[in-house]
Design a protein around this ligand. Sequence first.
Ligand code: CO
Length: 186
Amino acid sequence: MIINNDTIIKDDDPLIRTKSKDVALPLSDEDKSLLLDMHKYVYDSTIEEIAEKENLRPAVGISAIQVGVPKKMTAIIIKDKDGNPIYDFALVNPKIISSSIEKSYLKYGEGCLSVDGEHEGYIYRSARCKVKAYDLLLDQDIIINAKGYLAIVLQHELDHFKGVLFYDHINPKQPYFEDPEAICIE
Ligand code: CO
């Protein structure tokens, strides 16, 4: 599948609100190839020359519904400043099995490949979460103990399975309401 900024479903398409379904394991060739294409998108999207040539918008994650497929699959790559992946996942049926009461939020807000408009405000999420999934890259079931930025990214991507977008979480009356107990991530 060709994935680029023109083929990614945007939030003006009601499809983005579709609830995603569990994926049968072992993966079919079709599901495997889609997830690898999503993973390649995320990897290439932060390499400037490729991103420019192939019309990719920089991202740390993408979920299958964003290419119009309502299946619980997501690819996440968080790179260090030299471009080497610190976290690298191609997840199937990821599920949050526990999460902290303590919250955190990104100081500069969140972004999404499916959202072009500006939506300013803080998005509070659990500061830590434990996610169980099958990871295609390792070909095994894994448990991710996430905190900090990774925990935010996982919760953002898993929200896509419910048809939820990041700005749904912004307090409409007080978008920059500051919760003094929450951890601010810069
Ligand atoms: Co998103």
